[in-house]
Design a protein around this ligand. Structure first.
Ligand code: SF4
Ligand code: SF4
Length: 186
């Protein structure tokens, strides 16, 4: 694949992480609890970004498997927080149209999660869960876990608006402005 020389600079600018400092010590991958499920390991993602492999990175499943536990960032001798890099890559994958092909259901879950936080100021599990099931048709897999959560009182039916709701909306507004997505403003 032809290297995209603008890719590393774009990821570095958006994430604020010093990607060029990575010297492939592998400490991130050794500590990552999800690395065995990833098609590209965290250290490989860093290397491919440095080599301008935009398409391979943005098409990868790995960026959707990261759970932002931050173990890699704590272990990195160069203080590179890969969880922030992964967030950046997920946003870029959505913007550039690669996300659905890689992990459609995870992307739908991610989008409904963000929508719920934007609407209520925090996650409202019931409406989030229903919206996700309606979009993904992942009903068979979702119902047993939903019922188990309900039995434990973890799924309140009515959403509660939080005190800082306006500030949350303002954060979304600023984020969309930064991305030039003014039409997304609530
Ligand atoms: S721990 Fe840091 S320096 Fe080492 S491979 Fe991972 S990102 Fe690179
Ligand atoms: S933040 Fe993501 S990449 Fe880093 S250790 Fe956790 S799951 Fe792995």
């Amino acid at each position: 694949m032809i290297p995209d020389t603008s890719f590393a600079a774009a990821v570095q600018e958006r994430s604020g992480e010093k990607l060029a400092a990575c010297y492939q010590c592998l400490k991130c991958t050794a500590g990552c609890p999800l690395s065995s499920h990833m098609d590209l390991k965290p250290n490989a993602i860093l290397r491919m970004i440095q080599y301008g492999q935009r398409e391979r990175v943005l098409k990868s499943h790995a960026i959707w498997f990261c759970v932002s536990c931050m173990t890699c960032g704590v272990r990195c001798p160069n203080d590179i927080d890969i969880s922030v890099v992964m967030d950046t890559l997920r946003e870029m994958a959505i913007e550039e149209g690669y996300a659905y092909a890689a992990e459609k259901r995870v992307v739908q879950l991610h989008e409904e999660f963000v929508r719920s936080v934007k609407l209520w100021g925090r996650l409202h599990e019931v409406t989030f869960y229903m919206a996700y099931m309606a979009r993904s048709l992942d009903i068979i897999a979702s119902i047993p876990s939903g019922l188990a959560l309900m039995a434990r009182g973890k799924l309140p039916f009515l959403p509660k608006r939080i005190k800082g709701g306006k500030q949350i909306k303002r954060l979304f507004k600023e984020a969309y402005k930064t991305k030039g997505q003014l039409e997304e403003e609530a």
